[in-house]
Design a protein around this ligand. Structure first.
Ligand code: COA
Length: 359
């Protein structure tokens, strides 16, 4: 028995493969390094949905359909958005995704992917008292999100960086949120339920909630001189260093390197990157010294934090922004799972007391 299902195979997929021993991620036959920064989010979505969804036949057709679906998502959310009052951003997103109606006539996988950036932008603007900005279906998904959020068009370099981020995190084997999506899909509860459940899993700090705390850590460390004392102190307290360690990778997460290149390509980040590199190097040394039985290396969240910070996106939105990319993988897995038609229903080992034998 493997607690935490470590090493257990629970599905067959042709979507993505993670090789944790050598640090390799393949999406539908392509290395992640080949795709990030080269293919658009829409193209990668088409790749993931290939053979599973009609719209994926032509990436240009898919991009048009996605733009139209963003407009539909906006219309659905507008009358419901006040219900989100008082919740944290990711809880607000959870609420609006749960409210997507199963009776909707647009393909649900398309609407789910379209809805996430629209909802995140609407909710973020509402939180600051600003009015919502309607989607522009002619724009790319990443550029439109930045425009809806900020109320002004994004610089092309920024839209490209966000696009590269969304591609980098689009799918990643049977991670906790994707597995959740497949389990819910296997009960035939429908795409919106599966996506909402996946977001609930993503929200946890051991999964998609780490990038905000990575920046909190960098800020708390503050100076080069404080790096080692701060990190050593945190480890002495038994804390986990955010942005390090992974259930599958025993080497550096390949997405960390991809995202490091993305942030390096943005203007004005040199000092911040140098500081982050110094923190990373010390953290890796201390983890190697203290966790001798376990190879802990940098994971995707460390450089995700730096990319999202460089785009001046609020920390409170980081997990929701992760969902803008990962919903591509969730929907592909949901479509794949629905094809298999098999209910996912594992077993547990009972370790509780047995009933007293009748006297
Ligand atoms: N900092 C310090 N110690 C860590 C650590 C980290 N980031 N990640 C794992 N460890 C330690 C554990 O405390 C444990 O030590 P112990 O044996 O002395 O108790 C050992 O390494 C193995 O931990 P384990 O829980 O088996 O690792 P896992 O494979 O289940 O955990 C993560 C994977 C991602 C949950 C874990 O590495 C983590 O919490 N990382 C920080 C959060 C993060 O960056 N999440 C984003 C993931 S993409």
């Amino acid at each position: 028995m493997q607690l935490g299902l470590e090493g257990v195979v629970a599905a067959e997929t042709s979507l993505s493969h993670v090789d944790g021993e050598i640090g390799r991620l393949i999406l539908r036959g392509h290395e992640i390094e080949e795709l990030a920064g080269r293919a658009s989010f829409e193209e990668v979505l088409a790749l993931l949905w290939q053979g599973l969804a009609e719209e994926a036949r032509d990436p240009a057709v898919l991009a048009t359909a996605l733009g139209a679906a963003r407009c539909r998502a906006y219309a659905i959310a507008a009358p419901r958005i006040d219900a989100a009052e008082g919740l944290a951003p990711v809880e607000q997103l959870r609420l609006l995704l749960s409210a997507l109606p199963d009776a909707e006539t647009l393909p649900h996988h398309l609407l789910a992917v379209a809805a996430v950036p629209v909802f995140v932008a609407m909710l973020a603007r509402r939180a600051t008292g600003a009015t919502s900005i309607a989607p522009d279906p002619a724009l790319g998904h990443a550029a439109d999100f930045l425009r809806m959020l900020r109320g002004a068009p994004a610089e092309p370099a920024e839209a490209k960086a966000l696009d590269a981020y969304l591609v980098t995190i689009a799918d990643h084997g049977l991670n906790a949120s994707t597995f959740t999506a497949r389990i819910v899909a296997s009960t035939r509860a429908g795409t919106f339920s599966a996506v909402a459940a996946a977001l609930c899993a993503l929200k946890g700090p051991l999964h998609g909630g780490a990038p905000g705390p990575v920046l909190d850590m960098l800020d708390a460390i503050g100076t080069e001189a404080n790096i080692e004392p701060w990190l050593a102190g945190a480890l002495d307290e038994g804390e986990r260093l955010m942005g390090f360690g992974h259930r599958v990778y025993r080497v550096r997460d390949p997405r960390a390197e991809v995202l490091k290149k993305v942030v390096t390509g943005l203007r004005g980040r040199a000092n911040r990157i140098r500081f982050a590199e110094a923190v990373e190097a010390t953290a890796l040394r201390l983890l190697a010294e203290r966790k001798r039985g376990r190879r802990l290396d940098t994971n995707v969240e460390f450089y995700t934090a730096l990319v999202l910070e460089a785009l001046q996106l609020p920390r409170a939105l980081f997990t929701s922004i992760f969902a803008i990319g990962r919903v591509a993988g969730w929907t592909a897995h949901i479509l794949e799972q629905e094809r298999s038609g098999r209910l996912i229903r594992p077993q547990s080992v009972y370790v509780g007391p047995l009933p007293q034998a009748a006297a």
